[in-house]
Design a protein. Structure first.
Lengths: 397, 295
């Protein structure tokens, strides 16, 4: 299915990351924004609201982030593609409904423009401290999909992708950006509507008395209907059967919740997306995502120029984690360098997937500026001469 | 796990609006929630609401289970958030008649903020709040509606917090229709719900309900029938009463009736007005140009 052209602002534009995120949402067909204002994500809504009247999109500013995501889930069940935007403390408040979104298998997108935490932190400063929260923040077991854009162009592209993945797998999808990419202004090329592929909602179109809201297709994803179509269905956040009725037995927990995990896990190789540069002969591979990938990719180029066999693995999807790829590369490199704008979150996944097969240098990135490459280059140099105990993680300070 | 149907059973008069395959329901003997549901389904018919175009949303708790028994598009959501969830439905599809059916703990404590803001915005929805003065599902804890001095499992020496007066909060937050009845007043309650269903804007109907399992047991008030007798002897109907005067004390008189019935533009009315103004003055706004190209 191709994009509806009313939402597609075809052309080449100078846009901030936040503006590009709003354009991506509109191009993807998003027609409902539920939000609560918070810096540095608020400009997404400014752009969305400016464009809403001509595109025919609706929005509401709710009383907090809890209600913002609740409204988004409700709106999604009316058939409107829906999203919310937030930052740091707002994401913490959204964890309740991220879990409800998973349990009700409701397509929706949460764009988290990360800021420095914890607590109130530094609202206008970039960080990637929410990466693990996006994965594990809500209670109980579930799988989630999260993308991490590193430029305004990727804010546009990945927001569309987020909506598509969300419809395909019926899970909330997070776009994990940060204050830096959000405020960065770069050229964003928006293709014509005919060049944008949209994943249509998976509808049930049988007779109204035969609709079972959680009866799964072969790929474990159930089909949806819209509110107001006469199906008069029921869904609950409690553990439920195919009818959507609560069943308070362990057998039903297995029946209901295991597929929530496997409907994503079974398709990890289809979902994961990464960009590799000069990896084939590399001694050292820098694994990065989000804003850090900008510096990481530059550092790899500079290291190559200095004669070091460096490569880059840029993660476009962070969740699910590209387990196979990292495990495979780990077997043939001297070391991974993992720069992150936090104190070590995704590096834990790199360690797990490396399984002791290579050295890992973790680098707390960003203190000298997001695009600063010195720290990463120093780490690459150190890693290229690494003869240390294989499998140990060294933290560079 | 399918429920077998008994062929010679009596047909429930509200069968077309209830999920009969889920009966029996989970509510205890003497509970008033079932009465509230009966009144509500009767009101749906009396108000001539198209059941295909109505959605019901509940939160968590005993009353939170209502959405699961009513045969509309129905959602059993998180604790305290049904109004927020329902707001999303209403704003995204304004053609739907949206009903929130939940309890006093759900709507007034954890969901209190959503309640007052939906009232302030005047979101077009009916909120039915069943008030049994206690958190019953979790075993009888003190609620924001527990009368002063009443016992609960978390107020073993009597409740020390003054309770909320629900009609007063609804009124002062901007609700356009506010009524209160007890589970004894089935006919009046049905009429109020019918009226509220046809009212445009944020409407609140409080239903005082006996909780024979916790509230009346822990306070030694007898069983459900004794509670009904209490309502019979101690309820005073005072339509139009100032909502300030509607506090409920421990075993004191309960004032019921219709207190508020007024007109205010609903959220969607104001939103659509904004939309048409924006469209007519678009050229004055610093807005990006619309989509172009793409044949």
């Amino acid at each position: 299915m191709k994009a509806d052209k009313t939402g597609v602002l075809t052309g080449s534009h100078a846009l901030t990351g936040n503006e590009a995120c709003a354009e991506g949402a509109l191009a993807a067909g998003c027609r409902f924004l539920g939000l609560y204002p918070i810096v540095p994500s608020i400009e997404v809504s400014k752009r969305f609201l400016q464009r809403a009247p001509e595109v025919g999109a609706t929005f509401i500013q709710m009383e907090d982030e809890i209600s913002a995501l609740a409204a988004v889930i409700g709106a999604s069940w009316t058939g409107k593609k829906s999203m919310t935007i937030t930052s740091g403390p707002g994401l913490s408040l959204m964890m309740e409904h991220l879990g409800l979104g998973v349990m009700l298998e409701t397509p929706c997108v949460v764009a988290d423009i990360q800021m420095v935490g914890p607590g109130l932190g530094l609202p206008e400063h970039p960080a990637y401290g929410d990466m693990m929260q996006a994965r594990w923040g809500s209670h109980g077991d579930y799988e989630i999909i999260a993308l991490s854009p590193s430029s305004p162009q990727e804010m546009f592209d990945f927001t569309i992708k987020a909506f598509n993945l969300s419809e395909r797998y019926r899970v909330p999808v997070a776009v994990m950006s940060d204050a830096y990419v959000a405020q960065l202004k770069e050229t964003v090329v928006i293709p014509s509507a005919g060049e944008i592929t949209i994943e249509p909602r998976r509808y049930f179109d049988g007779p109204s008395d035969s609709y079972l809201p959680f009866k799964r297709d072969e790929d474990l994803v159930p089909r949806m209907v819209d509110i107001g179509q006469g199906y008069r269905f029921h869904v609950t956040g409690l553990t439920h059967d195919d009818r959507g009725y609560p069943i308070m037995f362990e057998e039903c927990q297995e029946y209901n919740v295991h597929p929530l995990v496997w409907k994503v896990r079974n398709y990890v190789e289809k979902i994961v997306d990464y960009q590799e540069t000069s990896i084939d002969d590399a001694d050292v591979v820098v694994i990065s995502y989000g804003a850090t990938a900008r510096a990481a990719q530059k550092a790899v180029t500079q290291a190559r120029e200095a004669g070091i066999k460096a490569g880059s693995l840029k993660l476009n999807t962070v969740w699910p984690f590209p387990e196979k790829k990292v495990a495979e590369v780990a077997k043939r490199v001297k070391a991974f360098v993992v720069p992150e704008m936090n104190f070590g979150q995704v590096v834990l996944e790199v360690e797990r997937c490396s399984n002791g097969k290579t050295n890992i240098l973790f680098l707390h990135h960003g203190d000298n500026g997001v695009e600063h490459t010195d720290g990463i280059i120093a780490a690459i140099k150190r890693a290229s001469g690494a003869n240390g105990v294989v499998g140990s993680t060294v933290e560079l300070k | 796990m399918a429920v077998e149907r008994i062929d010679d059973r009596e047909i429930h008069p509200m069968e077309n609006l209830l999920r009969m395959d889920r009966m029996p329901h989970i509510w205890c003997p003497t509970c008033g929630i079932g009465i509230a549901v009966t009144a509500f389904t009767a009101a749906l018919e009396k108000a001539k609401i198209d059941p295909n175009m109505a959605a019901i949303v509940s939160g968590i708790g005993c009353t939170g289970r209502v959405a699961g028994y009513v045969k509309l598009d129905s959602f059993h959501t998180t604790h305290g958030r049904p109004i927020a969830f329902a707001t999303g439905i209403k704003v995204a599809n304004p053609k739907m008649k949206v009903i929130v059916f939940s309890g006093d703990g759900d709507l007034m404590a954890i969901g209190g903020n959503h309640f007052i803001h939906a009232a302030r915005r005047n979101i077009d929805m009916l909120v039915v709040c069943v008030n049994n003065f206690i958190y019953a599902m979790t075993g009888g804890q003190v609620a924001p509606t527990t009368p002063l001095a009443a016992y609960a499992t978390t107020s073993p020496y009597g409740c020390v917090e003054p309770p909320f007066n629900i009609p007063y909060i609804a009124d002062s937050s901007g609700a356009v229709y506010v009524a209160r009845y007890t589970a004894l007043h089935v006919r009046r309650l049905t009429n109020a719900l019918t009226e509220a269903l046809n009212k445009k804007g944020f409407s609140v109907v409080e239903v005082i309900s006996p909780c024979g399992m916790y509230y009346s047991r822990i306070n030694r008030l007898g069983d459900g029938l004794d509670m009904m007798k209490f309502y019979h002897d101690n309820v005073e109907i005072r339509h139009g009463e100032d909502t300030k005067n509607l506090d409920i004390g421990f075993q004191t008189k309960i004032i019921c009736g219709k207190f508020v019935d007024r007109e205010r533009p609903s959220y969607m009315e104001r939103y659509n007005q904004w939309l048409s103004e924006v469209k007519s003055t678009r050229k004055n706004l610093d807005a990006p140009k619309g989509a172009e190209g793409e044949g």
